[in-house]
Design a protein around this ligand. Structure first.
Ligand code: PMP
Length: 400
């Protein structure tokens, strides 16, 4: 069919229709060059100017201070699981050349499948010792699920770690830190070692640009794959504090493992993110999305919209719980605004729920294969109207 569905997919995910229409024009003729965006050199003056504008949009909309560089790369969030470890261990080695690997702590806050995976990669790479600052599973309802952000007294941080890692929004499990500091589900910034150059790393893949980032300036690295709120897959956006852009080869001379050039933040920074061919098309569409976001009012606008959409969905889930037909998976207070996860209870009920949705053009709501159930992703491009359509369908389903 020619008509577009309501796409609640977790990523790649919905993009704003006006952006896609404009991108079609850019694919044929980018900024009057007579060449399409996928055909033009990444070193052309037109693309160079566009890339600088994308950076400017991120800087102004998120209020990124001059202490931090904005870098563009590829490899997704998964490549950053490795890159943050390699770059920040190199930095730690330069600061403290005499420590043994066991004395280089890497603190991981594990609140879901993605932070767990990131910690596993750190363990695999070695060069430091993974300290689990907290694991949310023992704090869950059944003692083994990722369904909560633990209370602040559950965390233990190392005194001078090479990095402190967290995932802001756990896309699979639907658990997100609150950005309200008064909430028990906020990130415990006040418990971190008192250091103006804190090696704090945030995986913001599935919440980037959905709302302002608390304590952005205190971060060493924030990263996000584009394919949720911003654009097509292929682009990874990094915000890196300048003291973390280190000479990795100097660290290697002191015994650190060599860092692949394409993963070293210094390579990206020194080349203005065009050391090699960047994902030109993904950058282009992401840039169009960011320009549109600016026109609408930026992260403040999206925070309001996203809260409104999530409220509507969590209310109908609550109504379903009261009828014994649905079950929210995540504890109240720790629930994600971006990925809403729940179970449909009863024999064959989930399959009926999914096929009824499919018939109405409601797509992408099957939960991640590792956890099952339903997952509705409400990224920036998902509209109020589409959310209302889903809620109306759910109300009908509950009334049957
Ligand atoms: N972190 C988070 C929070 C994610 O949601 C994802 C992807 N869904 C990743 C990391 C991995 O990203 P990628 O597939 O781009 O490597």
């Amino acid at each position: 069919s020619d008509s577009r569905s309501s796409n609640f997919g977790a990523g790649p995910s919905a993009l704003p229709e006006p952006v896609l229409q404009e991108a079609v024009r850019g694919l044929l003729n980018f900024n009057g060059t007579g060449m399409g965006i996928a055909e033009i050199s990444h070193r052309s003056k037109e693309f160079t100017a566009f890339l600088a504008e994308v950076e400017r949009q991120i800087r102004t909309q998120l209020d990124v201070p001059p202490t931090h560089s904005i870098l563009f790369t590829q490899g997704g969030g998964s490549a950053q699981f490795s890159a943050v470890v390699l770059n920040l261990l190199a930095r730690h080695r330069l600061l403290h050349p005499d420590l043994t690997d066991d004395e280089r702590a890497m603190d991981y806050v594990i609140t879901g499948s993605w932070s767990k995976k990131a910690a596993e990669e750190a363990r695999r790479l070695g060069g430091g010792k993974v300290n689990v600052a907290v694991d949310a599973r023992p704090h869950s309802k059944d003692g083994r699920s990722f369904d909560n952000i633990p209370a602040h007294d559950a965390y233990t941080f190392s005194p001078d770690p090479a990095l402190i890692y967290y995932c802001e929004n756990e896309t699979v499990d639907g658990v997100e830190f609150s950005n309200d500091e008064a909430s028990p589900a906020s990130f415990p910034f006040h418990l971190l070692p008192k250091d103006t150059l804190l090696p704090l790393v945030g995986d913001h893949s599935s919440s980037f640009m959905s709302r302002p980032i608390p304590h952005l300036a205190d971060h060493a690295v924030i990263y996000a794959g584009a394919q949720k709120n911003i654009g097509p897959a292929g682009l990874t956006i990094l915000i890196v504090r300048k003291d973390c852009i280190v000479d990795v080869d100097a660290a290697t001379k002191l015994g650190a493992v060599p860092v692949p050039l394409t993963m070293a933040y210094k390579t990206l920074a020194d080349s203005s993110s065009v050391y090699n061919t960047p994902p030109v098309l993904s950058i282009y569409i992401s840039g169009l999305v960011l320009l549109r976001s600016q026109e609408l009012g930026g992260v403040k606008y999206y925070e309001e919209l996203n809260k409104r959409k999530a409220d509507k969905l969590y209310s109908v889930i609550k109504a379903g719980e009261e009828k014994g037909l649905l079950r929210a998976k995540v504890k109240e207070g720790s629930r994600s605004l971006m990925n809403v996860v729940f179970d449909v209870l009863g024999e064959g009920a989930e399959a009926r729920f999914l096929s009824g949705a499919e018939a109405l053009g409601i797509k992408g709501i099957k939960g991640h294969r590792s956890v099952g159930g339903i997952r509705v992703s409400l990224y920036n491009a998902v509209t109020d109207e589409q959310t209302d359509g889903l809620v109306a369908y759910m109300n009908t389903f509950l009334a049957q």
